[in-house]
Design a protein around this ligand. Structure first.
Ligand code: RP5
Length: 172
C-alpha cells in the first residue's frame, strides 16, 4: 500500500508481526496508507538504510520501528532521517521487553525517537500516534480520530452505567 503521505512500519523479525498487527490494524481502520517491512538494524543494516532513503523519497511521513532485545532499529532509522520515528519495544526474550524499552527510549540528545509502551499497547499507540501526526495537516483524518475518541468515551460510560445498575440490583 504505497502512496503519498504513507507510514512505513519496520520490524526486526517476523516474530514481531503478531504484535505489530495491532499497529497495522489501527492504520487500516483510519484509512492511512502504509507499508510493512521486515528489516533489522543488526541483520540487514544496509538494506534497512536503503529502504529508509527510498521511502523518504516516495513520500513517507513517519517511520514506526518495532524491535526486541538490544533494540537499535528505531535509533538507527532516526539517525538517517528527520521524519518522525516512533519506536515500539517488543516483549521478546527473558527481560520481557525492558531491554528493548531502554534501548529504544534512551536516545542521545538531537536524535529523537518517540518511544511508546512495550508490546501490544505500544503497537496500537504507535498506530494512533502516526495517525495524529498526519492529522496535523489532514482534517478528514482528524475527524475520524475525534469520532473514535467519542465512541471510546461513550463505550466506557455505558459500561459504567451497566456496572452501577448491576451493583444496585445486588444490593436490593
Ligand atoms: C529483534 O530480535 C527482533 O525485533 C525480535 O524482536 C527479536 C528476536 O528476533 P528473532 O530471533 O525472533 O528473529 O531483532
Amino acid at each position: 500500500m504505497a502512496n503519498k503521505n504513507f507510514i512505513a512500519i519496520l520490524m526486526g523479525s517476523d516474530s514481531d508481526l503478531p504484535t505489530m498487527k495491532k499497529c497495522i490494524d489501527v492504520l487500516t481502520t483510519f484509512e492511512v496508507y502504509h507499508e510493512v517491512k521486515i528489516l533489522s538494524a543488526h541483520r540487514t543494516p544496509q538494506q534497512t538504510m536503503e529502504y529508509v532513503k527510498d521511502a523518504e523519497q516516495r513520500g513517507c511521513s513517519a517511520f514506526i520501528c518495532a524491535a526486541g532485545l538490544a533494540a537499535h532499529l528505531a535509533g538507527a532509522v532516526a539517525a538517517n532521517t528527520i521524519k518522525p520515528v516512533i519506536g515500539v519495544p517488543m516483549d521478546a526474550g527473558p527481560l520481557q521487553g525492558m531491554d528493548a524499552l531502554l534501548s529504544t527510549v534512551q536516545m542521545p540528545g538531537g536524535i529523537p525517537v518517540a518511544c511508546v509502551a512495550i508490546g501490544s499497547a505500544g503497537a496500537r499507540n504507535a498506530g494512533f500516534l502516526a495517525c495524529q501526526i498526519l492529522a496535523v495537516s489532514d482534517n478528514d483524518l482528524a475527524k475520524r480520530l475525534l469520532d473514535a475518541r467519542e465512541l471510546s468515551r461513550k463505550t466506557i460510560l455505558e459500561k459504567d452505567l451497566s456496572l452501577q445498575q448491576q451493583l444496585a440490583s445486588e444490593n436490593e
